[in-house]
Design a protein around this ligand. Structure first.
Ligand SMILES: [Zn+2]
Length: 206
């Protein structure tokens, strides 16, 4: 009875959500990624105070979609490369974004792109010395922060950036892996290397 109650509660709240984030990933990505990534995103949105109205969107994988299923607002999240491994073979990091959105005819589209290959390499120095579990958590947290950053662009239809916090144009590695409670404070005045969160064209198109 208790099990039934909990399951029923989860289903009703999922159906009550305004937004659904549907995730697409590389076929090679291990299934073990999803529970940790989804719980990190839920935690981030619940605690982060990011100004996104929907603190509990429905999160699902593309493979869990049923034909004909109906949704409210859908944002598609494309994870590029291996998001399930925090350390990858070293390749020199070319300048470029960790995540981006696209603007078409003045409208920011409901698609978020996150480059996990670049993310893993960018986080490499930060995650050095961490256990496998800590590295996985750091990677999930970084993906979550970039996702929130990009989702704010879509939700607000504003490609602008702020001086501090999750909507900064450039996030440092320490900000990316920080827990939601602490990352606002960690953002200021860092001289550590950073990578832009998105392609210039997003902001450039008038
Ligand atoms: Zn941005």
């Amino acid at each position: 009875m208790l099990t039934f109650f909990i399951t029923f509660g989860a289903i009703s709240s999922a159906h009550g959500a305004d937004n659904t984030l549907v995730f697409y990933a590389d076929k090679q990505v291990s299934d073990t990624l999803w529970p940790s990534l989804f719980s990190t995103i839920q935690d981030d949105l619940a605690k982060g105070g990011y100004g996104i109205a929907d603190h509990a969107p429905r999160l699902m994988r593309e493979s869990d979609l049923f034909p004909g299923e109906e949704f409210g607002r859908v944002v598609e999240v494309k994870l590029l490369g291996r998001c399930d491994v925090a350390q990858q073979a070293y390749r020199p990091l070319k300048p470029g974004p960790l995540g981006w959105v696209l603007r078409v005819h003045g409208e920011i589209q409901p698609y978020i792109y996150i480059d996990c290959t670049r993310m893993a390499q960018f986080l490499d120095p930060t995650t050095l010395g961490m256990s496998d579990e800590q590295r996985r958590r750091a990677m999930s947290q970084a993906i979550s922060h970039v996702l929130v950053h990009e989702w704010i662009h879509i939700a607000t239809q504003n490609s602008g950036h702020t001086a501090h916090g999750i909507s900064e144009a450039q996030l440092t590695a320490s900000t990316l892996v920080a827990d939601p409670e602490t990352h606002h404070a960690a953002a200021a005045g860092s001289e550590k290397p950073f990578v832009t969160t998105e392609r210039a064209p997003v902001a450039a198109e008038k």
